[in-house]
Write a protein that binds this ligand. Structure first.
Ligand code: GLU
Length: 493
C-alpha cells in the first residue's frame, strides 16, 4: 500500500445521516479520488445503547444515492475487515491489554455510584470535572483483590500528568493541549465494548489510514488519540478537522434551517449531482467564485489547502437554486426518467401508469420552472386528470360577460375540430382569428381557454400546452367546459 492515500468515513449508526455526516464522506471521497487512493467506510457501532436500527443501511444508501462508491467497507468488503466495529471486539481487547501491559492503561473498579458522587462533589466545589484517578494508584495486591471479587471494571488510559500534546492539523494548523487538563478517559467499557477513542485509533492504524478528515467536533478528542498512538508506538495519521456547518443565522444547523436527513433530500427531489456540488462548497471552494462544478471538476480540483477554517453556512435557497441549474442541464428524456418515479409516487393510482411518450411531450413545458423533482406531480397533474377540478365561474375572464363564454368555447371547438394535429404556431394564429371574430381580446379568449383545458389560471404557454395535450384531450375538455358552464351557468350570471 506504500504511499497510497487511504481515508475513511466512519459513521456511527446512531441516527439518520445528516448533511454534516455526508459532507464528511464527500470530502474524504474527493480526497481519495483526487489522489488515486482508497476510500474506506467503517461503521462505528460500538455504542450499543445509542444504536438506531436501520441507520447503517441508511448511511450506505445515502452514499450510494450520491454515487460515492467506497473501495473497502460494508457490502464491498476488503482485505482489512470486518468493517463493522462490533465485529472487531477482540482487536480492541488486545490493544487494551497491550496498553495495560506497558503501563499506559489500568483497570478501574470504581462503581457508578462512586463516580456519580464524585461528579456531584466536583460540581459543588467547582473543582475540575473528570475521574480522580483513584484506581491508577492501586497497589498490585489491591488490584488483585478487586479483580478476584469479579465485579465490573473498565480500562482507563493513564494520561501523562504533565507536558503537552501537540497536533499540526492540516486545516487548523498547530493546536496544543496541556496534558494535565486531559482526564484518564475510558478505553474499554465494562460490557467489553471499546469506547470510540480506543476503537478509532486501533482501526485507523490497522486499516492503514493515512489521513483522518473528520468534523471539527472531534478536535478535542484528538490529543487523546495522539496519546494512544504514542503509547502503542503506532505512527499517527495526518489529521484535518473540517469546519462546522451552521445555519444562515449562524446557529447550529438543524431542521429549522431546512437541513434534514440525507434521504429526505432524495425524496424531495433534489438531484444527487446538485447535492454533491452544493456540499462540496460547504467549507471548500475552488476560487471563491465558481459555484457550479461537476463531479469530475470537483475531483480534479479538490485540495485540503482550500478548505476553510471558519464555519460553512448552509443555505437551502442556494441548494434549491443549484438543483434547478442541474435540472436544466438534463436532456428532456433524462429529466422525464428522473421525474417518473415522483409521478408514480404522487399521482393518484387511477392516473397510472404514466404514458412515457406523453410525458416526453410534457417535460419541456415544466423544465424551466421545476425546482424539485417532487414538484412534478403538482406541476403536471392536469395533463393526466380525466376530469379537471375548477369552478365554472373561473372561465369568465375580466371584462367578459358570462354569456359570452359558451359561444367562445364553441367557436374554439369548431376551429380545432377543423384543424389537423395541434401544433402550437398555427394553432395560435388560428385562435387569434377566432378571438377577433368573437369580439374578445386575445387575453380574455386565451385566459378562458387556459381554464378550460388546464383547469388553472396559470400554466406553461397555452399553445404549447394544447399541443402536448393533443387534439382529442383538448376537444374533450372544451366540451366538458361548455357542459360545466351550462350546468351552472345560471349561478354565474
Ligand atoms: N464515529 C464518529 C462519527 O460518527 C467518527 C469520528 C471520526 O471520524 O473519528 O462522527
Amino acid at each position: 500500500m506504500g504511499d497510497e492515500v487511504r481515508v475513511r468515513f466512519a459513521p456511527s449508526p446512531t441516527g439518520l445521516p445528516h448533511i454534516g455526516n455526508i459532507r464528511t464522506a464527500l470530502f474524504n471521497w474527493l480526497f481519495a479520488r483526487h489522489h488515486g487512493g482508497k476510500f474506506i467506510v467503517r461503521v462505528e457501532d460500538t455504542d450499543q445503547e445509542r444504536l438506531v436500527p436501520g441507520a447503517s443501511e441508511a448511511v450506505l444508501d445515502a452514499l450510494d444515492w450520491l454515487d460515492l462508491q467506497w473501495d473497502e467497507g460494508p457490502r464491498v468488503e476488503g482485505p482489512l475487515g470486518p468493517y463493522y466495529q462490533s465485529q472487531r471486539l477482540d482487536v480492541y481487547r488486545e490493544a487494551a491489554e497491550k496498553l495495560m501491559a506497558g503501563g499506559f492503561a489500568y483497570r478501574c473498579f470504581c462503581s457508578e455510584e462512586r463516580l456519580e458522587q464524585l461528579r456531584k462533589e466536583q460540581l459543588r466545589s467547582k473543582n475540575r470535572q473528570g475521574y480522580d484517578r483513584r484506581c491508577r494508584s492501586l497497589s498490585t495486591a489491591e488490584r488483585k483483590n478487586l479483580e478476584a471479587q469479579g465485579g465490573p471494571s473498565v480500562v482507563r488510559f493513564a494520561m501523562p500528568v504533565d507536558g503537552v500534546t501537540a497536533l499540526n492539523d492540516l486545516i487548523h494548523g498547530e493546536v496544543v493541549w496541556q496534558n494535565d487538563l486531559l482526564d484518564d478517559f475510558i478505553l474499554l467499557k465494562s460490557d467489553g465494548f471499546p469506547t470510540y477513542h480506543l476503537a478509532v485509533v486501533t482501526d485507523d492504524h490497522l486499516m492503514k489510514v493515512t489521513h483522518v478528515l473528520r468534523a471539527e467536533e472531534w478536535l478535542p478528542s484528538t490529543p487523546r488519540h495522539l496519546q494512544i498512538y504514542q503509547a502503542l508506538q503506532f505512527e499517527p495519521p495526518k489529521f484535518g478537522h473540517l469546519p462546522m456547518i451552521l445555519g444562515p443565522d449562524r446557529a447550529k444547523l438543524s431542521k429549522r434551517h431546512g437541513a434534514t436527513a440525507a434521504e429526505e433530500y432524495r425524496d424531495d427531489g433534489f438531484l444527487p449531482e446538485a447535492m454533491l456540488n452544493f456540499m462540496a462548497l460547504l467549507g471548500w471552494s475552488l476560487d471563491d467564485k465558481t459555484e457550479v462544478m461537476d463531479r469530475g471538476t470537483l475531483v480534479q480540483s479538490f485540495s485540503l489547502e482550500r478548505i476553510n477554517k471558519s464555519a460553512a453556512i448552509f443555505d437551502l435557497e442556494k441548494l434549491v437554486w443549484m438543483n434547478g441549474v442541474y435540472i436544466r442541464q438534463l436532456s428532456v428524456s433524462e429529466l422525464a426518467e428522473r421525474i417518473l418515479p415522483f409521478l408514480e409516487r404522487e399521482l393518484p393510482p387511477s392516473l397510472l401508469p404514466v404514458d412515457q411518450e406523453y410525458l416526453l411531450r410534457i417535460v419541456p413545458l415544466i423544465r424551466e420552472r421545476i425546482k424539485l423533482l417532487a414538484d412534478a406531480a403538482h406541476l403536471t397533474s392536469y395533463f393526466f386528470e380525466e376530469e379537471l377540478d375548477y369552478e365554472a365561474g373561473a372561465l369568465v375572464q375580466k371584462g367578459m360577460e358570462a354569456r359570452e363564454v359558451p359561444p367562445a368555447l364553441e367557436a374554439a371547438r369548431d376551429e380545432l375540430g377543423r384543424a389537423g394535429e395541434l401544433q402550437h404556431e398555427p394553432l395560435e394564429q388560428a385562435l387569434r382569428a377566432v378571438a377577433a371574430d368573437a369580439g374578445l381580446k386575445p387575453r380574455q379568449f386565451f385566459g378562458l381557454l387556459r381554464v378550460a383545458v388546464t383547469g388553472r389560471d396559470v400554466s406553461p404557454p397555452l399553445f404549447e400546452t394544447m399541443e402536448a395535450l393533443g387534439k382529442e384531450r383538448v376537444l374533450f375538455r372544451i366540451d366538458a367546459a361548455i357542459g360545466r358552464f351550462q350546468a351552472t351557468g345560471r349561478a354565474v350570471e
